[in-house]
Structure formats: C-alpha cells, structure tokens
Write a protein that binds this ligand. Structure first.
Ligand SMILES: Nc1ncnc2c1ncn2[C@@H]1O[C@H](COP(=O)(O)OP(=O)(O)O)[C@@H](O)[C@H]1O
Ligand SMILES: [Mg+2]
Length: 345
C-alpha cells in the first residue's frame, strides 16, 4: 500500500546530535571514492586533484597543532585547507566526498548553506566548540554572494583551523552556458584574506561529466492526474502530497536545518499547483528545500508552473542567481526523473 503524508503538517524536532549526524555526504555520494573518480586525461588538473587530495588526506588527524604551530613548526608547514575551484559537473563534490570517506577521525560534510544554518541553530560559539573536535570539515559549494555569510564562514574556518581542524571546500558554479564561476578562486582568496595562505587552491578543469547543462523542464501534468500518475509509476512508496502554497507557507515556519528531517520519510513528492515565488526570503528557503530533495534524490511529480518559472526573472538575474539556477536545475532534474525516467543527476 502506498502511504500518503503531508509535509505541510510535519514539524520535526532535531537535537544537536541529530543535526550533526546529518553532516555526511548525501545518498548520491554515499559510495564514491578516488577509485571511482575517472580523471579525464585531456584535463591533467583532474588527476592532479586526486594526488593532492590523497596527500592532504594523509595529513588529517595527525597534528592538531594548527595555525601557530604550522607557522613556527620546523618542518614545512602543511596547509590546513584545500579549495577546489572549477566548472559545473567536473566532479568537485565527488572528489570532496571521496576525501571525506578516506579521512580518519570525526569528520563533517555539508554544503556552505548547511553550515550557515548550523550556526543559526546552535550559535557561532557552540558550532566552533563542536566542530573543533573534528579532524576534517568539508564545505561543499562555498558561496560568495552574501557578504554576511561569507564573513561568518571565514571566521568559522579561521577558528577551526586554529584548533587544528583540516578544511576542504569547493566552489559553487552555474550549469551550462551560463558559465562557471569565473574568478571564483580569486574571490575566495580575497574573502578569506587571513586564511588564504593556509589554503591550497586547486583548479579542476574539464567539461560537465554528464555532458549537459540546464535540461528542459518537462511539460507540467494536469493537476487532477498527478497523484494517480505518481502512484502508478512508483507503487508502494511513501508519498508526500502537498499544495505548493501550503508547503511554501509551512517551510517559512520550520528552520532550514530541519528540512532534512522534514523529508525523512518521503520517497516521492507530489506537488499541486506550483506557482512563481515572488518574495526573496521565501525563495531562498525553497532553495534549501530543493537541495535537500536533490540530496535524497526524491522524484517530484508536479502540476502548475514548470520549475523553470519558479523564481521571477528579477531573482534569476539578481545577486542570488547562482542559488536560484542551482535550485531550478535540481528541481527540473527531479521532475524529469519522475516524468521521463532519466536519472535525476
Ligand atoms: N571524473 C569523474 N569520474 C567519475 N564520475 C564523475 C567524474 N566527474 C563527475 N562525476 C560524476 O558526475 C556527477 C557530477 O559530478 P559532481 O561531483 O556533482 O560535479 P561538481 O560538484 O563539480 O558540479 C556526479 O554523479 C559524479 O559522481
Ligand atoms: Mg558539486
């Protein structure tokens, strides 16, 4: 029997331990390794990335000396951070997750946004305290579009680095023709000024491994057909069936650090009457929900507007455009997965 739930009626509570337990690579990157990363010989920086990251992994958990002891230490200072810069789909997340899987000790893996949400949920001090006990902190998709968050993350990395925690991060890039985050490495180094000496910045060149940019949004289905369509396709699963407007209203009342828990039991999302979001704060929350849906690879069967129209043209052109493009790309992939059977990469 299929089970029907409604996300808009779930209010998960999440303890600090539960929150931290979520900081590991998503299902999609649950099994990746440096062995399953196939460097393209046409782009030598890919094989170099693997070598550098393997070397970096061998320094993790060894010395807890941190910044000062590195500064005054006898042997050549080991960098406390690695930053992978590069275009969309060249395998940055795959590499970062492989590092995480290989590293010894306590380790955290999350996106930039997840860390900012963690700080929001725990406070800056407590986040530093907790993560200082880790040997590795991986930050995927470092975002440079919000000065406040960038400063916050820069401070967090500084404190963790001083506590001897190794840090690895990747750049956040746009799919396809919209271009990759050109000069992202330069921006990153400028933004993390005090730390940049401590980071080895490595550029990964190449083309999108999946050889595609923003796929077309599938034609939306008729509203009265979507539940039946979803159940015919997926059978005995747990479905979250929601009105788009109610879901949007609900997620503004649930802290984004709880969205993972919100989706915990959802196999398939059936979403009625998608509309264009016109408020920036609401749109940014939906971006986080989209990331969690994508992490969990939840197919979406939706009616109403296609996800390509989820955000206003002003939003897609504004300061947060990277976030919005990523969300559209991910939601579209999940909708295509449900409607065409293509894996939602
Ligand atoms: N060189 C590679 N060998 C094997 N799989 C790869 C390679 N590059 C990318 N992939 C796969 O392609 C998909 C996109 O890669 P991803 O790591 O998400 O790219 P990025 O984070 O740079 O945008 C993932 O499923 C990843 O496992
Ligand atoms: Mg990535």
């Amino acid at each position: 029997m299929a089970t029907i739930t409604h996300l808009s009626q779930r209010t998960p509570t999440v303890s600090v331990d539960d929150l931290l337990a979520g900081f590991h690579p998503s299902y999609r990157f649950g099994e990746v390794s440096f062995e399953t990363y196939r460097p393209d010989p046409a782009w030598p920086t890919q094989a170099e990335a693997v070598t550098k990251l393997r070397n970096f992994a061998s320094t993790i958990g060894k010395s807890k000396g941190g910044f000062l002891s590195n500064l005054f230490g006898k042997k050549k200072a080991e960098k406390s951070g690695m930053y992978l810069d590069g275009g969309f789909g060249v395998g940055k997340t795959h590499l970062l997750a492989s590092l995480w899987h290989l590293a010894p000790g306590r380790k955290a893996f999350g996106t930039f946004v997840e860390y900012t949400n963690l700080v929001g949920a725990l406070s800056f001090r407590q986040t530093v305290e907790v993560l200082s006990t880790y040997s590795l902190v991986c930050i995927d998709e470092f975002e440079l579009d919000d000065p406040g968050d960038t400063v916050l993350m820069s401070r967090l990395m500084r404190e963790l680095s001083d506590a001897g925690v190794k840090i690895a991060a990747t750049s956040n890039t746009l799919p396809g023709a919209l271009g990759e985050g050109r000069f992202a490495a330069v921006d990153f180094q400028r933004e993390i000024k005090v730390l940049s000496e401590q980071f080895d910045v490595h550029r990964v060149d190449g083309v999108d491994f999946r050889h595609r940019g923003l796929p077309d949004a599938p034609t939306p289905l008729e509203d009265d057909a979507i539940e039946e369509y979803a159940m015919a396709r997926y059978g005995e699963k747990t479905y979250a069936v929601d009105e788009f407007a109610e879901l949007v209203a609900h997620i503004s009342k649930v802290h984004p650090s709880r969205y993972r828990a919100l989706l915990a039991e959802t196999d398939v999302l059936v979403l009625h009457n998608v509309e264009t979001i016109t408020e920036q704060a609401v749109a940014l929350r939906f971006v986080v929900l989209a990331d969690r849906l994508y992490d969990k690879d939840v197919p979406i069967v939706a009616s109403g507007k296609p996800f390509s129209e989820l955000f206003t043209p002003e939003m897609m052109a504004g300061g947060y455009q990277k976030k919005y493009f990523r969300a559209v790309s991910r939601l579209t992939a999940l909708a295509r997965e449900a409607q065409t059977g293509e894996p939602g990469q």
